[in-house]
Design a protein around this ligand. Structure first.
Ligand code: G3P
Length: 216
C-alpha cells in the first residue's frame, strides 16, 4: 500500500517524507493556489524532493488542449503524472497520452461507471473522492469498495485506485483494511493519525515515575 501526500506545500511534503509517508504526491489547482510561486516551479520543487509519482493537474477542458498541456507538464520531470478531470474530452486525451507512454490520473471520480470508462480509456490511475461524496450524504467508502471489486474481477483493466479526499482517521483505517492500492492523505490527517490521548497520558506518567530513579 502506498501513501501519497495530498499537498503542494514543500514543508508538509518533506515532513511526511521523513516518516516514509511520501510514496508520491497529489496536487490540484486549489492546492497549488495556496502556495507562492509559479505553477511549474512549485511542481519542479516537489519533483526534486520526491522520487515517486507527482500528480499535476491540467487546466484545459478540451481534448487537444489537455494533450498539449499534458505533454508540457510531462517535460517537468520523469515522475510527473498528468491529472485529468473526468469529462468526455478528458477520456479522449487519456487515450492519446497513454498511446504516447504518458501516465495519467483521471480525477473527480464519483461513480463506478466513471471509473470503468477511465480505466478502459487507458488511465494509469483513477481518483475517487471519498470525503466529497460523504459531504452530500453518500457513502464514499462503499464506492471505493465497488471500484476495487471491479478492478480485481477485471484484471485487464490495468488501473490503480488512488483514494482521494480522505478526511478522517477512520477513512484511512477502512481503506487500508480494504487493501486499496494508494491513499492520498492531507498532512493534517497524517498528524491526526499519529495522536492518541492514551499515548500522551502514558508518556506523562512514565516521565513522572522516572523522576524517582533518574538521579539516583
Ligand atoms: O486530491 C484532491 C482531493 O484529495 C481533494 O480533497 O478534501 O478537497 O475534498 P478535498
Amino acid at each position: 500500500m502506498d501513501i501519497y501526500v495530498d499537498s503542494a506545500n514543500l514543508n508538509e511534503i518533506c515532513q511526511a517524507k521523513e516518516l516514509g509517508l511520501a510514496d508520491g504526491v497529489t496536487t490540484n489547482p486549489s492546492l497549488i493556489a495556496k502556495e507562492n510561486g509559479k505553477f511549474e516551479e512549485i511542481l519542479k520543487g516537489i519533483c526534486h524532493e520526491v522520487s515517486g509519482p507527482v500528480h499535476a493537474e491540467v487546466l484545459s477542458l478540451d481534448a487537444e488542449g489537455i494533450v498539449k498541456e499534458g505533454k508540457e507538464l510531462a517535460k517537468i520531470a520523469d515522475n510527473i503524472v498528468i491529472k485529468i478531470p473526468m469529462i468526455h474530452d478528458g477520456l479522449k486525451a487519456v487515450r492519446k497520452l497513454d498511446a504516447e507512454g504518458i501516465k495519467t490520473n483521471v480525477t473527480l471520480i464519483f461513480s463506478a461507471g466513471q471509473a470503468i470508462l477511465a480505466a478502459k480509456a487507458g488511465a494509469t490511475y483513477v481518483c475517487p473522492f471519498l470525503g466529497r461524496l460523504d459531504d452530500i450524504g453518500h457513502d464514499g467508502l462503499e464506492l471505493l469498495s465497488t471500484i476495487r471489486t471491479i478492478f480485481i474481477n477485471n484484471p485487464d483493466l490495468r488501473c490503480q485506485i488512488i483514494a482521494a479526499s480522505t478526511r478522517t482517521p477512520a477513512h484511512i483505517v477502512e481503506l487500508s483494511s480494504m487493501g486499496v492500492d494508494i491513499l492520498t492523505v492531507p498532512s493534517k490527517l497524517l498528524t491526526q493519525l499519529e495522536k492518541h490521548p492514551l499515548t500522551d497520558s502514558g508518556i506523562e506518567q512514565f516521565c513522572k515515575d522516572a523522576e524517582k530513579f533518574k538521579n539516583l
